[in-house]
Design a protein around this ligand. Structure first.
Ligand code: UGA
Length: 458
């Protein structure tokens, strides 16, 4: 009988930790390995290194059950493992390609572990990180084989198993996947990888590693393109007096289109779409088959935050000494992740024009100010409430659809702002309600709805 799986999960960030918790939930023992000793210590102490609903509680539960442990020691992490799940980062390199340094180092360490195993102890390496098609069967295989002196598919297993987790609902997504994609280098590798997902009722796609890797990029590129399509069409609709959201609802009834990912806004951000689109378009160009639609989706996305600046400039007649309130600093609600947040671009643009920016987000602490200073050399003031942000503002920009912002009271803006102007970057407010309360409203895909009775200064 096959040994019960013992999975070493390399990389304890978002994907690694969430995956380990989902596997542990279904009875599999997981050992997290991370070179960052502070992260390991936090996890051992029951503190998740990021904000994600349910993760903290699940971590405490599985530390207690003993199904999840964490270590910074490579030999301790690999001892007795049946599977190694590679969940390390694949950051962008200077030229937009993928920096595979971490993947390579882990593959070598897996090879060294296989080399040191005397007999038996079959190990299957599973690449979960998002990697350019061909990486598992090329670089990863090559590194493990050269460090171990053994052959993939004969002496050890190798598979690609991309993840489709969304930030903010990651644990739920990991526990209820809508498909399991496994690309094995051979049958046994795929069988071994799938053994970890026996509990799942989701459709299984069994394929080769390169196809599995391509599935991940095709999914993200398609979704990002859908968002950019919505944004571009929404800008046009606003120009000709049409509400994009009515259009989106109507076309969304066509199940060939679907309503999801048609919400127009100030653009997509996060650790995945922008990075993955850059990586795959760079790889496709290098392969002589450019992905022009994905490229255009990126370009549209780069311009979309400027819609906000354009309207502020037009409405205020300039940015010098203006105070802009940003509601929502993360790239989306439910997370503290500010990577590629459109709020960074909006803040940088208005600050460049001479404005000061104050902001509030229910989950984000100092990471936004740090990122803004680092990437744009710009200063920013974080406040603790919506009211403080709105106080004395010349424009209030809603950048995420967090519940706290959906319930923004127009009277708060009217009473506290210097200039009653709201820019709804995610279409979460009722334009008429704001106009009736004497607030000028602008929304993505609908344009300007003027305050009833003409513009008034609060
Ligand atoms: C995305 C994918 O949805 C996941 O399936 C994938 O696993 C993940 O990337 C990844 O590659 O790891 P995530 O980046 O967490 O997940 O966030 P999404 O919910 O997909 O949103 C991405 C961006 O698109 C956000 O900035 C969001 O505000 C924006 N968006 C989304 C819109 O502007 N409009 C929409 O209708 C939907």
């Amino acid at each position: 009988m096959a040994r019960a799986p013992l999975v070493t999960v390399v990389g304890s960030s978002f994907v690694g930790l969430t995956t380990a918790l989902a596997l542990a939930h279904h009875g599999t023992r997981c050992r997290l390995l991370d070179t960052d000793a502070a992260k390991v210590e936090a996890i051992q102490g029951g503190r998740a290194p990021f904000e994600e609903p349910g993760v903290q509680a699940a971590l405490k539960r599985h530390l207690k059950s003993g199904r999840v442990t964490a270590t910074a020691s490579i030999p301790d992490a690999y001892r007795g493992a049946t599977h190694v799940m590679i969940c390390v980062g694949t950051p962008p390199a200077w030229d937009g390609s993928q920096d595979l340094r971490f993947i390579k180092a882990v593959a070598r360490s897996v090879g060294e572990e296989i080399h040191g195993r005397m007999r038996g102890g079959y190990l299957t390496a599973i690449v979960k990180s998002t990697v350019i098609p061909g990486t598992t069967a090329g670089l990863v295989r090559g590194e493990i084989e050269s460090a171990s002196g053994r052959r993939a598919g004969r002496d050890f297993g190798l598979a690609a198993n991309p993840e489709f987790l969304r930030e903010g609902t990651a644990l739920h997504d990991a526990l209820h996947p809508d498909r399991v994609v496994v690309g094995g280098i051979d049958k046994r590798s795929a069988d071994e990888a799938l053994r970890l997902f026996r509990w799942s009722k989701a459709p299984v796609v069994r394929t080769d590693p390169t196809t599995a890797e391509a599935v991940k990029y095709a999914a993200n590129a398609f979704l990002a393109t859908k968002v950019s399509f919505a944004n571009e069409f929404a800008n046009y609709c606003a120009e000709v007096g049409v509400d994009w959201y009515t259009v989106a609802d109507a076309i969304g009834h066509d199940d060939r289109i679907g309503r999801k990912f048609l919400n127009a806004g100030v653009g997509f951000g996060g650790s995945c779409f922008p990075k993955d689109l850059k990586a795959i378009t760079t790889a496709a160009r290098a392969a002589g088959r450019p992905l022009e639609i994905a490229q255009a989706a990126l370009e549209v996305n780069g311009r979309q935050p400027s819609e906000v600046t354009r309207v502020i400039l037009r409405e205020l007649g300039g940015l010098e000494r203006k105070r802009i309130a940003l509601l929502g600093l993360a790239f989306k609600p439910g997370t503290d992740d500010v990577r590629e947040s459109r709020a960074l671009l909006i803040a940088a643009e208005v600050i460049e024009g001479g404005a000061e920016v104050v902001g509030f987000d229910p989950l984000v602490k100092d990471q936004f100010a740090r990122a803004l200073a680092l990437q744009h050399r710009a200063n920013f003031t974080r406040v603790e409430t919506i009211e403080e942000a709105v106080e004395g503002a010349d424009a209030v920009v809603v950048q995420t659809e967090a519940d706290a912002f959906r319930s923004l009271d127009p009277r708060t803006v009217k009473r506290r702002a210097r200039h009653a102007l709201v820019l709804d970057g995610r279409r979460v407010l009722d334009p008429q309600r704001f106009a009736r309360a004497g607030v000028d409203y602008w929304g993505v895909g609908v344009g300007m709805v003027r305050a009833a009775g003409g513009r008034k200064r609060a």
